[in-house]
Design a protein around this ligand. Structure first.
Ligand code: KG4
Ligand code: ZN
Length: 321
């Protein structure tokens, strides 16, 4: 069994995995940040420290196994919050040292991309994948699960961060994305229109202007559901247009969507419709594995294990991509 651990931000997760199958998976979503509009790093580390040993015990007992059944330990090494990463990575490296198992440090963004392999439809490579999370908005040309080439990235806020900041300004709990989506469901996505931001590089993104435009429209007194629906529509139309344009420019007829923001149902449907119209095939991360989880760490770790790509126990986690 491969034991995988995820503690990059505010989710504490552990998974047991072998050869395409999840044997046990536990995700503890830290609730204590909800009322503060964002993650408080020091608290997140504290919570990981308390929860992670319990999560690991829980997956072993769910699967009816012991540490003697383990063949390798994988953990997220970055990017993310350094204090949070240190808890998971140091815990994993200590287990690997004590049990004499190989350790695999997993890149959190590679893991989000690998979450596509948890879906039912086998992934055909190469494809262009949009990683849309609270910390990142990156476009990668992916040639195999661990072969990522950066095509574009946000110049300022990540798309999930824009959702979280807009929600915080409205007094909604963190993470804000699901709350904005819920309000949007009652509104008209065509009531208002927000211009697409411009960037120097054609496949880079920018979200800070869209975030400000939302707050300005709010001051003008537009109904909140219409505002959320129209804003969310503009954000996703912008992302979809860039994704499909970049795919065409690179000669790719396959795209993927992963990360917490990929849990948005409007986005999923919109991308599917637009891609279908241009004959592009779409892979969506399964809903259960969009937000941070340890199953995606396991899949990326599995590919590293297969190719013997182990990580030294002295290698430290890193905060930035
Ligand atoms: O991938 P993830 O769990 O963590 C990071 O790696 O950052 O993504 C979390 C982000 C948050 O910003 C959250 O607001 C956003 O994903 N999110 C959503 C939705 N569900 C989560 N954004 C829009 N619509 C959603 N339904
Ligand atoms: Zn993530």
């Amino acid at each position: 069994m491969l034991l995988a651990i995820e503690t990059s931000c505010d989710d504490t997760a552990a998974c047991l995995y072998w050869q395409g199958q999840i044997y046990a998976h536990v995700v503890y979503r830290q609730a204590l940040h909800a009322e503060y509009g964002g993650v408080i790093p020091e608290w997140a580390s504290r919570e990981h420290e308390g929860r992670l040993p319990i999560a690991v015990q829980e997956v072993l007992s769910q699967a009816g196994l012991t540490w003697r059944d383990l063949r390798a330990v994988a953990a997220a090494q970055g990017p993310g919050l350094l204090g949070s990463l240190l808890i998971g990575s140091t815990f994993a490296r200590a287990l690997a040292a004590a049990w004499r198992l190989p350790f695999i440090g997993v890149n959190h963004l590679e893991a989000h991309v690998a979450s596509l392999e948890l879906g039912e439809q086998p992934v055909a490579y190469p494809l262009l994948v949009l990683v849309a999370t609270g910390g990142h908005t990156h476009l990668f040309r992916v040639t195999h699960p661990l072969g990522l080439e950066l095509v574009g990235r946000t110049r300022d806020d990540a798309v999930g961060e824009a959702f979280d900041k807009v929600a915080a300004a409205l007094g909604l709990p963190y993470p804000g994305g699901p709350h904005i989506e819920a309000l949007a469901r009652q509104g008209d996505p065509r009531r208002l229109s927000f211009p697409f931001p411009r960037t120097d590089q054609p496949y880079d993104f920018s979200f800070s202007g869209l975030k400000t435009a939302f707050l300005r429209a709010r001051e003008q007194g537009h109904a909140l559901p219409d505002l959320c629906a129209s804003w969310q529509h503009s954000v996703f139309a912008y992302l979809t247009q860039k994704l499909l344009e970049a795919a065409r420019a690179l000669g790719l007829r396959r795209v993927g969507l992963v990360g917490g923001v990929a849990a948005n149902q409007y986005f999923r449907n919109y991308l599917l419709t637009q891609a279908q119209a241009t004959n592009v095939e779409v892979w969506l991360a399964p809903l259960a594995y969009c937000m941070d989880n340890a199953a995606m760490i396991a899949v990326a770790g599995w590919h590293a294990l297969l190719t013997g790509r182990y990580t030294s126990l002295t290698e430290s986690p890193f905060a930035r991509s």
